[in-house]
Design a protein around this ligand. Structure first.
Ligand code: ADP
Ligand code: MG
Length: 510
Protein backbone atom coordinates (compact mmCIF):
# COMPACT_ATOMS: atom_id res chain seq x y z
CA UNK A 1 0.00 0.00 0.00
CA UNK A 2 1.34 3.44 -0.94
CA UNK A 3 0.77 6.59 1.11
CA UNK A 4 -2.22 8.65 0.07
CA UNK A 5 -1.06 11.38 -2.29
CA UNK A 6 -2.35 13.51 -5.12
CA UNK A 7 0.23 11.93 -7.43
CA UNK A 8 -2.06 8.94 -7.55
CA UNK A 9 -5.11 9.06 -9.78
CA UNK A 10 -6.62 6.05 -8.04
CA UNK A 11 -5.97 4.45 -4.68
CA UNK A 12 -8.13 1.68 -3.31
CA UNK A 13 -7.08 0.56 0.16
CA UNK A 14 -8.22 -2.45 2.14
CA UNK A 15 -11.06 -3.30 -0.21
CA UNK A 16 -13.15 -6.25 0.95
CA UNK A 17 -16.27 -7.48 -0.77
CA UNK A 18 -18.66 -10.31 -0.08
CA UNK A 19 -21.21 -11.83 -2.44
CA UNK A 20 -23.47 -13.55 0.03
CA UNK A 21 -21.21 -15.75 2.13
CA UNK A 22 -18.44 -15.71 -0.50
CA UNK A 23 -15.55 -13.33 0.17
CA UNK A 24 -14.54 -12.27 -3.31
CA UNK A 25 -12.07 -9.55 -2.31
CA UNK A 26 -10.07 -9.62 0.88
CA UNK A 27 -8.20 -6.47 1.88
CA UNK A 28 -7.02 -5.59 -1.62
CA UNK A 29 -4.86 -2.54 -2.34
CA UNK A 30 -4.49 -0.77 -5.63
CA UNK A 31 -2.35 2.31 -6.23
CA UNK A 32 -2.15 3.89 -9.66
CA UNK A 33 -0.11 6.97 -10.50
CA UNK A 34 -1.57 9.64 -12.71
CA UNK A 35 -0.82 9.18 -16.40
CA UNK A 36 0.24 5.58 -15.97
CA UNK A 37 -0.85 2.41 -17.72
CA UNK A 38 -1.47 -0.07 -14.94
CA UNK A 39 -2.30 -3.72 -15.48
CA UNK A 40 -4.35 -5.90 -13.18
CA UNK A 41 -3.36 -9.50 -13.44
CA UNK A 42 -5.12 -12.49 -11.92
CA UNK A 43 -6.60 -15.85 -12.80
CA UNK A 44 -10.23 -16.23 -13.76
CA UNK A 45 -12.39 -15.57 -10.76
CA UNK A 46 -9.60 -13.78 -8.87
CA UNK A 47 -11.84 -10.75 -8.40
CA UNK A 48 -10.45 -8.33 -11.00
CA UNK A 49 -13.78 -7.36 -12.53
CA UNK A 50 -15.35 -7.04 -9.10
CA UNK A 51 -12.58 -4.68 -7.96
CA UNK A 52 -13.05 -2.54 -11.05
CA UNK A 53 -16.82 -2.64 -10.76
CA UNK A 54 -16.39 -1.21 -7.29
CA UNK A 55 -14.26 1.61 -8.65
CA UNK A 56 -16.92 2.21 -11.29
CA UNK A 57 -19.65 2.31 -8.66
CA UNK A 58 -21.49 -0.81 -9.81
CA UNK A 59 -20.91 -2.40 -6.41
CA UNK A 60 -20.17 -0.98 -3.00
CA UNK A 61 -17.28 -2.45 -1.03
CA UNK A 62 -18.05 -3.89 2.40
CA UNK A 63 -14.80 -2.45 3.76
CA UNK A 64 -12.08 -0.22 2.40
CA UNK A 65 -11.50 3.27 1.11
CA UNK A 66 -11.19 4.85 -2.28
CA UNK A 67 -9.11 7.93 -2.99
CA UNK A 68 -9.05 9.87 -6.25
CA UNK A 69 -6.18 12.32 -6.66
CA UNK A 70 -5.43 12.06 -2.96
CA UNK A 71 -8.98 12.82 -1.86
CA UNK A 72 -11.11 10.23 -0.15
CA UNK A 73 -14.31 9.72 -2.05
CA UNK A 74 -17.52 7.75 -2.08
CA UNK A 75 -18.62 6.46 -5.46
CA UNK A 76 -21.66 4.24 -4.99
CA UNK A 77 -23.09 4.36 -8.49
CA UNK A 78 -21.78 4.55 -12.07
CA UNK A 79 -23.13 8.03 -12.68
CA UNK A 80 -21.05 9.23 -9.72
CA UNK A 81 -17.98 7.45 -11.09
CA UNK A 82 -18.51 9.09 -14.46
CA UNK A 83 -18.89 12.53 -12.96
CA UNK A 84 -15.61 11.94 -11.09
CA UNK A 85 -13.86 11.17 -14.36
CA UNK A 86 -13.89 7.37 -14.32
CA UNK A 87 -14.89 5.46 -17.46
CA UNK A 88 -15.16 1.72 -17.93
CA UNK A 89 -15.33 -0.58 -20.93
CA UNK A 90 -16.82 -3.86 -19.75
CA UNK A 91 -15.94 -7.37 -20.81
CA UNK A 92 -19.30 -7.66 -22.53
CA UNK A 93 -20.30 -4.55 -24.36
CA UNK A 94 -23.41 -2.63 -23.54
CA UNK A 95 -24.31 -0.96 -26.84
CA UNK A 96 -27.66 -0.65 -28.57
CA UNK A 97 -27.56 -2.63 -31.82
CA UNK A 98 -30.12 -0.63 -33.73
CA UNK A 99 -28.52 2.73 -33.06
CA UNK A 100 -25.67 4.30 -34.99
CA UNK A 101 -22.23 4.73 -33.53
CA UNK A 102 -22.86 8.41 -32.83
CA UNK A 103 -26.21 7.74 -31.18
CA UNK A 104 -24.62 5.15 -28.94
CA UNK A 105 -21.83 7.47 -27.90
CA UNK A 106 -24.22 10.27 -27.06
CA UNK A 107 -26.91 8.08 -25.49
CA UNK A 108 -27.46 8.92 -21.84
CA UNK A 109 -25.39 12.09 -22.06
CA UNK A 110 -27.26 14.12 -24.65
CA UNK A 111 -26.15 17.66 -25.28
CA UNK A 112 -29.27 19.80 -25.30
CA UNK A 113 -29.69 23.43 -26.19
CA UNK A 114 -31.62 26.05 -24.20
CA UNK A 115 -34.96 24.45 -24.88
CA UNK A 116 -33.89 20.91 -24.09
CA UNK A 117 -33.65 20.00 -27.75
CA UNK A 118 -30.99 17.43 -28.52
CA UNK A 119 -28.11 19.06 -30.31
CA UNK A 120 -26.68 16.29 -32.41
CA UNK A 121 -24.47 18.61 -34.43
CA UNK A 122 -22.62 19.82 -31.39
CA UNK A 123 -22.30 16.28 -30.07
CA UNK A 124 -20.92 15.12 -33.39
CA UNK A 125 -18.33 17.86 -33.41
CA UNK A 126 -17.14 16.92 -29.96
CA UNK A 127 -16.90 13.23 -30.89
CA UNK A 128 -14.94 14.00 -34.05
CA UNK A 129 -12.48 16.04 -32.02
CA UNK A 130 -11.85 13.08 -29.73
CA UNK A 131 -11.45 10.70 -32.65
CA UNK A 132 -8.88 12.97 -34.27
CA UNK A 133 -7.00 13.62 -31.07
CA UNK A 134 -6.36 9.95 -30.37
CA UNK A 135 -6.03 8.79 -33.97
CA UNK A 136 -8.96 6.38 -33.90
CA UNK A 137 -10.70 5.17 -37.04
CA UNK A 138 -14.47 5.05 -36.61
CA UNK A 139 -17.47 5.56 -38.90
CA UNK A 140 -20.04 7.49 -36.87
CA UNK A 141 -22.94 6.80 -39.24
CA UNK A 142 -22.70 3.01 -39.18
CA UNK A 143 -25.22 1.00 -37.15
CA UNK A 144 -23.65 -0.84 -34.24
CA UNK A 145 -25.10 -4.17 -35.34
CA UNK A 146 -22.93 -4.02 -38.47
CA UNK A 147 -19.71 -3.48 -36.55
CA UNK A 148 -16.96 -5.95 -35.76
CA UNK A 149 -16.23 -6.59 -32.11
CA UNK A 150 -13.10 -4.46 -32.38
CA UNK A 151 -15.11 -1.54 -33.71
CA UNK A 152 -17.72 -1.89 -30.99
CA UNK A 153 -14.96 -1.66 -28.46
CA UNK A 154 -13.79 1.61 -29.97
CA UNK A 155 -17.31 2.93 -29.61
CA UNK A 156 -17.27 1.98 -25.92
CA UNK A 157 -13.96 3.76 -25.45
CA UNK A 158 -15.26 6.84 -27.25
CA UNK A 159 -18.35 6.77 -25.11
CA UNK A 160 -16.24 6.90 -21.96
CA UNK A 161 -14.01 9.67 -23.33
CA UNK A 162 -17.05 11.66 -24.46
CA UNK A 163 -18.20 11.63 -20.85
CA UNK A 164 -14.89 13.11 -19.78
CA UNK A 165 -13.07 10.03 -18.48
CA UNK A 166 -9.64 10.80 -17.05
CA UNK A 167 -9.24 7.27 -15.74
CA UNK A 168 -10.20 4.59 -18.24
CA UNK A 169 -10.79 1.01 -17.11
CA UNK A 170 -10.55 -1.66 -19.82
CA UNK A 171 -11.77 -5.07 -18.65
CA UNK A 172 -10.02 -7.72 -20.74
CA UNK A 173 -10.16 -5.60 -23.86
CA UNK A 174 -7.95 -7.77 -26.02
CA UNK A 175 -9.70 -11.07 -25.36
CA UNK A 176 -12.02 -10.55 -28.30
CA UNK A 177 -9.67 -8.84 -30.73
CA UNK A 178 -7.67 -10.00 -33.71
CA UNK A 179 -3.89 -9.47 -33.55
CA UNK A 180 -4.14 -6.37 -35.75
CA UNK A 181 -6.90 -4.88 -33.63
CA UNK A 182 -4.82 -5.54 -30.53
CA UNK A 183 -1.94 -3.51 -31.95
CA UNK A 184 -4.35 -0.72 -32.77
CA UNK A 185 -5.73 -0.73 -29.25
CA UNK A 186 -2.27 -0.66 -27.71
CA UNK A 187 -1.49 2.34 -29.88
CA UNK A 188 -4.67 4.12 -28.80
CA UNK A 189 -3.72 3.45 -25.19
CA UNK A 190 -0.33 5.05 -25.75
CA UNK A 191 -1.99 8.10 -27.31
CA UNK A 192 -4.32 8.41 -24.33
CA UNK A 193 -1.40 8.13 -21.96
CA UNK A 194 0.50 10.86 -23.81
CA UNK A 195 -2.51 13.05 -23.24
CA UNK A 196 -2.24 12.44 -19.50
CA UNK A 197 -5.01 9.87 -19.12
CA UNK A 198 -4.64 7.07 -16.62
CA UNK A 199 -5.41 3.60 -17.92
CA UNK A 200 -6.22 0.44 -16.04
CA UNK A 201 -6.09 -2.67 -18.18
CA UNK A 202 -7.22 -6.10 -17.06
CA UNK A 203 -5.62 -8.78 -19.16
CA UNK A 204 -4.34 -12.30 -18.88
CA UNK A 205 -1.99 -11.86 -21.76
CA UNK A 206 1.45 -11.50 -20.35
CA UNK A 207 2.87 -10.40 -23.67
CA UNK A 208 0.48 -7.47 -23.71
CA UNK A 209 1.28 -6.47 -20.17
CA UNK A 210 4.96 -6.45 -21.10
CA UNK A 211 4.17 -4.39 -24.19
CA UNK A 212 1.89 -1.79 -22.66
CA UNK A 213 1.89 -1.45 -18.89
CA UNK A 214 4.41 0.21 -16.58
CA UNK A 215 3.12 -1.18 -13.32
CA UNK A 216 1.01 -4.17 -12.48
CA UNK A 217 -1.02 -5.34 -9.51
CA UNK A 218 -1.41 -9.08 -9.10
CA UNK A 219 -4.35 -10.55 -7.23
CA UNK A 220 -4.99 -14.19 -6.50
CA UNK A 221 -8.23 -15.63 -5.09
CA UNK A 222 -9.37 -12.21 -3.95
CA UNK A 223 -6.09 -11.34 -2.25
CA UNK A 224 -3.47 -8.76 -3.04
CA UNK A 225 -0.23 -10.51 -4.00
CA UNK A 226 2.12 -7.86 -5.32
CA UNK A 227 2.52 -4.55 -7.07
CA UNK A 228 5.44 -4.65 -9.50
CA UNK A 229 7.29 -2.65 -12.10
CA UNK A 230 6.63 -4.52 -15.31
CA UNK A 231 10.15 -3.89 -16.60
CA UNK A 232 11.57 -5.88 -13.67
CA UNK A 233 9.48 -8.97 -14.52
CA UNK A 234 9.47 -11.66 -17.19
CA UNK A 235 6.37 -13.32 -18.63
CA UNK A 236 7.30 -16.38 -16.63
CA UNK A 237 7.66 -14.53 -13.32
CA UNK A 238 4.36 -12.72 -13.84
CA UNK A 239 2.60 -15.98 -14.65
CA UNK A 240 3.96 -17.65 -11.55
CA UNK A 241 2.95 -14.77 -9.27
CA UNK A 242 -0.50 -14.96 -10.76
CA UNK A 243 -1.12 -18.67 -10.20
CA UNK A 244 1.11 -19.16 -7.16
CA UNK A 245 2.96 -22.13 -8.56
CA UNK A 246 5.40 -22.99 -11.31
CA UNK A 247 3.79 -23.06 -14.69
CA UNK A 248 4.51 -24.18 -18.21
CA UNK A 249 3.91 -21.53 -20.81
CA UNK A 250 4.54 -24.12 -23.52
CA UNK A 251 2.63 -27.29 -24.13
CA UNK A 252 4.39 -30.44 -23.14
CA UNK A 253 3.43 -33.25 -25.45
CA UNK A 254 4.93 -36.44 -26.64
CA UNK A 255 5.51 -37.45 -30.25
CA UNK A 256 2.20 -38.25 -31.91
CA UNK A 257 1.22 -41.71 -33.02
CA UNK A 258 -1.30 -41.06 -35.76
CA UNK A 259 -3.96 -43.62 -36.53
CA UNK A 260 -6.39 -43.87 -39.43
CA UNK A 261 -8.21 -40.96 -40.96
CA UNK A 262 -11.28 -40.25 -38.86
CA UNK A 263 -12.58 -37.09 -40.43
CA UNK A 264 -12.26 -35.86 -43.96
CA UNK A 265 -13.43 -32.95 -46.07
CA UNK A 266 -13.31 -33.30 -49.84
CA UNK A 267 -13.55 -30.35 -52.21
CA UNK A 268 -16.06 -28.49 -50.10
CA UNK A 269 -17.62 -25.26 -51.35
CA UNK A 270 -20.00 -23.21 -49.23
CA UNK A 271 -21.69 -19.86 -49.72
CA UNK A 272 -22.30 -17.22 -47.07
CA UNK A 273 -25.57 -15.36 -46.47
CA UNK A 274 -24.89 -12.98 -49.33
CA UNK A 275 -24.38 -15.83 -51.75
CA UNK A 276 -20.64 -15.39 -52.02
CA UNK A 277 -18.59 -18.56 -52.08
CA UNK A 278 -16.58 -18.18 -48.87
CA UNK A 279 -15.34 -21.77 -48.66
CA UNK A 280 -13.72 -22.82 -51.92
CA UNK A 281 -12.90 -26.35 -52.87
CA UNK A 282 -11.51 -27.04 -49.43
CA UNK A 283 -10.07 -30.41 -48.47
CA UNK A 284 -8.54 -31.75 -45.26
CA UNK A 285 -7.88 -35.05 -43.55
CA UNK A 286 -7.60 -35.53 -39.81
CA UNK A 287 -6.27 -38.73 -38.31
CA UNK A 288 -6.86 -40.18 -34.90
CA UNK A 289 -4.18 -39.12 -32.44
CA UNK A 290 -3.66 -35.84 -34.25
CA UNK A 291 -4.37 -32.19 -33.49
CA UNK A 292 -5.04 -30.43 -36.76
CA UNK A 293 -4.71 -26.67 -36.38
CA UNK A 294 -6.44 -24.34 -38.77
CA UNK A 295 -4.78 -20.94 -38.69
CA UNK A 296 -6.32 -17.89 -40.30
CA UNK A 297 -7.44 -14.35 -39.78
CA UNK A 298 -11.09 -13.93 -38.91
CA UNK A 299 -13.46 -13.81 -41.88
CA UNK A 300 -11.60 -16.16 -44.21
CA UNK A 301 -14.32 -18.77 -44.36
CA UNK A 302 -13.94 -20.31 -40.91
CA UNK A 303 -17.49 -19.40 -39.87
CA UNK A 304 -19.16 -20.88 -42.96
CA UNK A 305 -16.94 -23.96 -42.81
CA UNK A 306 -17.99 -24.59 -39.24
CA UNK A 307 -21.65 -23.95 -39.91
CA UNK A 308 -21.49 -26.40 -42.76
CA UNK A 309 -19.80 -29.09 -40.66
CA UNK A 310 -22.42 -28.48 -37.97
CA UNK A 311 -25.24 -29.00 -40.46
CA UNK A 312 -26.43 -25.43 -40.24
CA UNK A 313 -25.42 -24.41 -43.75
CA UNK A 314 -25.65 -26.21 -47.07
CA UNK A 315 -22.64 -27.30 -49.04
CA UNK A 316 -22.79 -26.35 -52.70
CA UNK A 317 -20.51 -29.21 -53.53
CA UNK A 318 -18.07 -31.55 -51.87
CA UNK A 319 -18.22 -34.00 -49.02
CA UNK A 320 -17.78 -34.08 -45.27
CA UNK A 321 -16.97 -37.58 -44.11
CA UNK A 322 -16.90 -38.89 -40.56
CA UNK A 323 -15.87 -42.51 -40.02
CA UNK A 324 -16.42 -43.15 -43.71
CA UNK A 325 -19.97 -41.80 -43.73
CA UNK A 326 -21.05 -38.64 -45.51
CA UNK A 327 -22.59 -36.12 -43.13
CA UNK A 328 -22.80 -32.97 -45.24
CA UNK A 329 -26.25 -31.46 -45.73
CA UNK A 330 -27.84 -33.51 -42.97
CA UNK A 331 -28.54 -31.83 -39.63
CA UNK A 332 -26.85 -30.97 -36.37
CA UNK A 333 -28.35 -33.91 -34.47
CA UNK A 334 -26.93 -36.29 -37.03
CA UNK A 335 -23.52 -34.61 -36.88
CA UNK A 336 -23.36 -34.87 -33.09
CA UNK A 337 -24.54 -38.48 -33.27
CA UNK A 338 -21.60 -39.31 -35.51
CA UNK A 339 -19.34 -38.67 -32.48
CA UNK A 340 -18.33 -35.12 -33.19
CA UNK A 341 -18.33 -32.59 -30.34
CA UNK A 342 -17.93 -28.84 -30.49
CA UNK A 343 -16.44 -26.22 -28.29
CA UNK A 344 -17.75 -22.95 -29.66
CA UNK A 345 -15.87 -19.67 -29.75
CA UNK A 346 -18.81 -17.78 -28.32
CA UNK A 347 -19.67 -19.76 -25.25
CA UNK A 348 -22.39 -17.28 -24.33
CA UNK A 349 -24.26 -17.62 -27.59
CA UNK A 350 -23.85 -21.34 -28.26
CA UNK A 351 -22.03 -22.95 -25.38
CA UNK A 352 -24.43 -22.38 -22.54
CA UNK A 353 -27.61 -20.70 -21.35
CA UNK A 354 -26.47 -18.06 -18.91
CA UNK A 355 -29.57 -17.92 -16.74
CA UNK A 356 -29.77 -21.67 -16.23
CA UNK A 357 -27.93 -23.40 -13.42
CA UNK A 358 -24.53 -25.00 -13.86
CA UNK A 359 -26.09 -28.46 -13.51
CA UNK A 360 -28.75 -27.83 -16.14
CA UNK A 361 -26.14 -26.48 -18.50
CA UNK A 362 -24.04 -29.57 -18.06
CA UNK A 363 -26.85 -31.91 -19.14
CA UNK A 364 -28.27 -29.53 -21.74
CA UNK A 365 -27.78 -31.94 -24.64
CA UNK A 366 -28.50 -35.06 -22.68
CA UNK A 367 -31.47 -34.38 -20.44
CA UNK A 368 -33.76 -36.49 -22.60
CA UNK A 369 -31.45 -39.48 -22.38
CA UNK A 370 -30.83 -42.06 -19.72
CA UNK A 371 -29.91 -41.84 -16.90
CA UNK A 372 -30.98 -38.20 -16.75
CA UNK A 373 -34.51 -38.80 -17.92
CA UNK A 374 -36.71 -41.51 -16.44
CA UNK A 375 -40.18 -41.87 -17.91
CA UNK A 376 -40.05 -38.29 -19.02
CA UNK A 377 -38.98 -36.94 -15.64
CA UNK A 378 -35.64 -35.40 -14.92
CA UNK A 379 -33.56 -37.39 -12.49
CA UNK A 380 -32.06 -34.64 -10.34
CA UNK A 381 -29.80 -36.98 -8.47
CA UNK A 382 -28.11 -38.29 -11.62
CA UNK A 383 -27.81 -34.78 -12.97
CA UNK A 384 -26.11 -33.57 -9.81
CA UNK A 385 -23.82 -36.57 -9.62
CA UNK A 386 -22.66 -36.05 -13.19
CA UNK A 387 -22.21 -32.31 -12.61
CA UNK A 388 -20.18 -32.90 -9.47
CA UNK A 389 -17.92 -35.22 -11.39
CA UNK A 390 -17.25 -32.61 -14.07
CA UNK A 391 -16.67 -29.88 -11.49
CA UNK A 392 -14.11 -32.08 -9.74
CA UNK A 393 -12.35 -33.39 -12.83
CA UNK A 394 -12.02 -29.97 -14.39
CA UNK A 395 -11.33 -28.04 -11.20
CA UNK A 396 -14.24 -25.67 -11.74
CA UNK A 397 -14.35 -22.92 -9.14
CA UNK A 398 -16.09 -22.34 -6.84
CA UNK A 399 -16.57 -26.06 -6.27
CA UNK A 400 -20.06 -25.62 -4.84
CA UNK A 401 -21.51 -23.91 -7.88
CA UNK A 402 -23.87 -26.67 -9.02
CA UNK A 403 -27.07 -24.73 -8.41
CA UNK A 404 -25.75 -21.28 -9.28
CA UNK A 405 -26.56 -19.62 -12.55
CA UNK A 406 -23.69 -20.25 -14.91
CA UNK A 407 -23.69 -16.49 -15.55
CA UNK A 408 -22.08 -15.93 -12.13
CA UNK A 409 -19.04 -18.02 -12.97
CA UNK A 410 -15.97 -16.45 -14.49
CA UNK A 411 -15.28 -17.04 -18.17
CA UNK A 412 -12.55 -19.59 -17.53
CA UNK A 413 -14.75 -21.65 -15.28
CA UNK A 414 -17.64 -21.50 -17.75
CA UNK A 415 -15.25 -22.75 -20.40
CA UNK A 416 -13.98 -25.59 -18.21
CA UNK A 417 -17.57 -26.73 -17.74
CA UNK A 418 -18.34 -26.59 -21.44
CA UNK A 419 -15.17 -28.52 -22.28
CA UNK A 420 -15.84 -31.07 -19.56
CA UNK A 421 -19.35 -31.58 -20.87
CA UNK A 422 -18.18 -32.03 -24.46
CA UNK A 423 -15.35 -34.41 -23.57
CA UNK A 424 -17.78 -36.43 -21.45
CA UNK A 425 -19.63 -37.14 -24.70
CA UNK A 426 -16.61 -39.21 -25.61
CA UNK A 427 -16.24 -37.78 -29.12
CA UNK A 428 -13.97 -39.23 -31.78
CA UNK A 429 -13.53 -35.75 -33.21
CA UNK A 430 -13.50 -32.66 -31.06
CA UNK A 431 -13.77 -29.37 -32.91
CA UNK A 432 -12.39 -26.66 -30.67
CA UNK A 433 -12.94 -23.12 -31.86
CA UNK A 434 -10.94 -20.50 -29.98
CA UNK A 435 -11.07 -22.72 -26.91
CA UNK A 436 -8.93 -20.43 -24.78
CA UNK A 437 -10.35 -17.11 -25.85
CA UNK A 438 -10.32 -14.77 -22.86
CA UNK A 439 -8.78 -17.33 -20.50
CA UNK A 440 -5.77 -16.77 -18.27
CA UNK A 441 -2.55 -18.79 -18.46
CA UNK A 442 -3.56 -21.21 -15.72
CA UNK A 443 -6.81 -22.06 -17.47
CA UNK A 444 -5.10 -22.09 -20.88
CA UNK A 445 -2.55 -24.62 -19.65
CA UNK A 446 -5.43 -26.75 -18.42
CA UNK A 447 -7.47 -26.57 -21.64
CA UNK A 448 -4.41 -27.34 -23.75
CA UNK A 449 -3.63 -30.35 -21.59
CA UNK A 450 -7.20 -31.59 -22.09
CA UNK A 451 -6.86 -31.36 -25.87
CA UNK A 452 -3.51 -33.14 -25.82
CA UNK A 453 -4.95 -35.88 -23.58
CA UNK A 454 -7.74 -36.46 -26.04
CA UNK A 455 -5.22 -36.72 -28.87
CA UNK A 456 -3.12 -39.13 -26.83
CA UNK A 457 -6.20 -41.31 -26.49
CA UNK A 458 -6.24 -41.60 -30.27
CA UNK A 459 -9.00 -39.05 -30.89
CA UNK A 460 -8.92 -36.42 -33.60
CA UNK A 461 -8.91 -32.73 -32.71
CA UNK A 462 -9.65 -29.89 -35.10
CA UNK A 463 -8.37 -26.69 -33.53
CA UNK A 464 -9.55 -23.46 -35.10
CA UNK A 465 -7.95 -20.41 -33.56
CA UNK A 466 -7.06 -16.84 -34.35
CA UNK A 467 -4.15 -17.12 -31.91
CA UNK A 468 -1.22 -18.14 -34.04
CA UNK A 469 0.86 -18.95 -30.96
CA UNK A 470 -1.76 -21.41 -29.81
CA UNK A 471 -1.91 -23.14 -33.18
CA UNK A 472 1.86 -23.42 -33.51
CA UNK A 473 2.24 -24.60 -29.97
CA UNK A 474 -0.41 -27.25 -29.95
CA UNK A 475 -1.00 -28.65 -33.41
CA UNK A 476 0.65 -31.67 -34.99
CA UNK A 477 -0.37 -30.47 -38.39
CA UNK A 478 -1.01 -26.86 -39.32
CA UNK A 479 -3.11 -25.62 -42.20
CA UNK A 480 -3.71 -22.03 -43.20
CA UNK A 481 -7.06 -20.86 -44.48
CA UNK A 482 -7.14 -17.73 -46.58
CA UNK A 483 -10.01 -16.56 -48.77
CA UNK A 484 -11.85 -19.81 -48.08
CA UNK A 485 -9.01 -21.98 -49.36
CA UNK A 486 -6.33 -23.98 -47.65
CA UNK A 487 -3.24 -22.15 -48.87
CA UNK A 488 -0.65 -24.20 -47.02
CA UNK A 489 -0.23 -27.24 -44.82
CA UNK A 490 2.74 -28.00 -42.59
CA UNK A 491 3.91 -30.55 -40.07
CA UNK A 492 4.51 -28.88 -36.74
CA UNK A 493 8.28 -29.24 -37.14
CA UNK A 494 8.40 -27.29 -40.40
CA UNK A 495 6.01 -24.52 -39.36
CA UNK A 496 7.05 -21.23 -37.86
CA UNK A 497 5.42 -17.92 -37.11
CA UNK A 498 6.90 -16.26 -40.14
CA UNK A 499 5.90 -18.87 -42.73
CA UNK A 500 2.41 -19.34 -41.38
CA UNK A 501 1.84 -15.64 -40.66
CA UNK A 502 2.75 -14.74 -44.22
CA UNK A 503 0.19 -17.14 -45.66
CA UNK A 504 -2.43 -15.91 -43.21
CA UNK A 505 -1.98 -12.42 -44.55
CA UNK A 506 -2.41 -13.62 -48.14
CA UNK A 507 1.28 -13.68 -49.02
CA UNK A 508 2.92 -16.44 -51.00
CA UNK A 509 4.82 -19.13 -49.12
CA UNK A 510 8.60 -19.45 -49.72
N1 ADP B 1 -22.84 -10.89 -8.95
C1 ADP B 1 -22.19 -11.93 -8.41
N2 ADP B 1 -22.78 -12.75 -7.52
C2 ADP B 1 -22.11 -13.77 -6.96
N3 ADP B 1 -20.84 -14.09 -7.23
C3 ADP B 1 -20.18 -13.32 -8.11
C4 ADP B 1 -20.82 -12.21 -8.76
N4 ADP B 1 -19.93 -11.63 -9.59
C5 ADP B 1 -18.79 -12.34 -9.47
N5 ADP B 1 -18.94 -13.35 -8.58
C6 ADP B 1 -17.89 -14.30 -8.15
O1 ADP B 1 -16.81 -13.54 -7.64
C7 ADP B 1 -15.56 -14.09 -8.01
C8 ADP B 1 -14.74 -13.05 -8.71
O2 ADP B 1 -15.31 -12.77 -9.97
P1 ADP B 1 -14.72 -11.70 -10.97
O3 ADP B 1 -14.46 -10.43 -10.26
O4 ADP B 1 -15.63 -11.64 -12.14
O5 ADP B 1 -13.35 -12.39 -11.38
P2 ADP B 1 -12.33 -12.04 -12.56
O6 ADP B 1 -12.80 -10.79 -13.24
O7 ADP B 1 -11.01 -11.89 -11.90
O8 ADP B 1 -12.34 -13.21 -13.47
C9 ADP B 1 -15.88 -15.32 -8.84
O9 ADP B 1 -15.81 -16.45 -8.01
C10 ADP B 1 -17.30 -15.09 -9.31
O10 ADP B 1 -17.95 -16.32 -9.50
MG1 MG C 1 -13.42 -10.52 -15.16
Amino acid sequence: MQGVSKDYAVQMHGITKYFGPLRVLDDVNLDIKKGEIHAILGENGAGKSTLMNILYGMYNPDYGKIYLNGQETYIGKPSAAISQGIGMVHQHFMLVDKFTVLQNIVLGNETTDFFGVLNMRKARKKVIEIIKKYGMKVDLKEKVKNLSVGMQQKVEILKALYRGAEVLILDEPTAVLTPMEVDELLETMQNLKKDGKTIIIITHKLKEIKKSAETCTIIRKGQFIDRVNVADETEQSLAEKMVGRQIKLFVDKKEMTPGDTIFEIQNLSVRCERGIETVKNLSMKIRGGEIYGLAGIEGNGQTELLQCILGRRYADSGKIIMHGKEIQNTNTRNVLDSKISFIHADRHKYGCILDMSVADNVIMEKYREKPFSVNGFLNHEERDKFTKQIIETYDVRPAKCRHQKIRNLSGGNQQKLVIGREIANNPDLLIAVQPTRGLDVGAIEFVHRMLVNLRDQGKAVLLISLELDEILNLSDKIAVIYGGEIVGEFDQKEADEHKVGLLMAGGKGE
